[in-house]
Design a binder for this molecule. Sequence first.
Ligand code: PM9
Length: 461
Amino acid sequence: MQKRSWAEPYKIKMVELLKMTSPEDRRKAILAAGLNTFLLRSEDVYIDLLTDSGVGAMSDRQWSGIMMGDEAYAGSRNFYHMRDTIEAYYSYKYTVPTHQGRGAEHILSKMLIKAGDYIPGNMYFTTTRLHQELAGATFVDVIVDAAHDPDNTMPFKGNVDFDKLNALVDDVGAEKIPYICIATCVNMAGGQPISLRNLKELRVWCDKHDIRFVHDMTRVAENAYFIQKQEIGYADKSIQEIVYEICQLSDIATQSSKKDAMVNIGGFLAMNDAVLYEEACALVVVYEGLHTYGGMAGRDMEALAIGIVESVQDDHIHARVGQVEYLGQRLMDHNVPIVQPVGGHAVFLNARKILPHLRQEHFPAQALSAALYQESGIRSMERGVVSAGRDKDTGENYMPRLELVRLTIPRRVYTQAHMDVTAESVVDVMHKADQVKGLRFTYEPELLRFFQARFEEINPA
Ligand code: PM9
């Protein structure tokens, strides 16, 4: 039988019109933005692949849920719906809503970290590591080496390397490690999944060392897709079943619900320990809001409860990751160097290879991202040395092996034709790559510098 293509399991009911711009308009706009795509005005962007965060298209059911918001200060009906959905689909008993993922990271770090602690993780994420550091901990990367190699095609590049984990325990002692922080579909590695086998081994390791297992479940449904597709024994399990099985292995979870769960704003901290939950409630009232709304409106909690259910449907996730794979394949067909295998939420361009004439201290990925905008109006995000920031102790720039530009696909927003235009635009930029100049900072914020930094071109490249 002929193989069937995936297709979107929805049809379009409302559209948002886009503005087309000229190369001159775009040159002006990107210079005014200090060559930082975060500082562009959205109305100057044609195809917005900056992020998949809070920019997905909500369904008619989610929008209906918005109209059912119970905006009571305390005990909103929507909170209980959200909490019960989280328990039913993700297994966690107790939920503390937060305004978004970093709100949950903040509370978690304050709750569990003491100065001088170490937090191992399968690669850093910007906000996650910052909250760990602000609480006095040092982040330690324990992801497999393959994750740092964009050309390594190993299937589960989000896996943890137990030799690295054991070396850390030998070095600092288990009592200095309050928890391990494991992301499903590791963002900074290129959206790379972790296998269930690795997750199960981690559970055993955590029990052995009496270390808590924290799950950054921001992109758990996409991770489940790769498990279903590639891990032995899971082909016949549904995404919903796999997601539940993943979650059951951990003690605590943080989620930025703006990604897989498809809401414009929201997140949570969830757990199974009643005592910890009381502590989290005590902190959430200080930093976010009452424990039955955190930083969320009732309507947004309702949209989240519905989004969670939609996010674990097999048809949805196959089309969602299918679209990312489609863009990745189009780029590979034109020999564009990208991180392989293609991950769950984005295609990552290898800026080192596309701009070999630029040294890493001249921010090749930042420069490539600005050049792509100028060429086509497509907005992407730097994920390299600028995002990595500086070592908190030495003040030196981290120099990550991955110097990438992320083309992030919002969920249910763009069509295959937008993906075609994106691929063609990247190829066009690649053909004039030698004209792209290196950059230097004109303004460098101290924390999470990639958001607000400004740059100028170095002349000549
Ligand atoms: N991720 C992203 O575009 C949005 C901000 S860019 C710093 O990829 C993980 C794995 C994330 C994430 C945000 C957060 C923070 C935590 N973990 O943005 O605070 O990808 O909701 O979540 C972004 P919030």
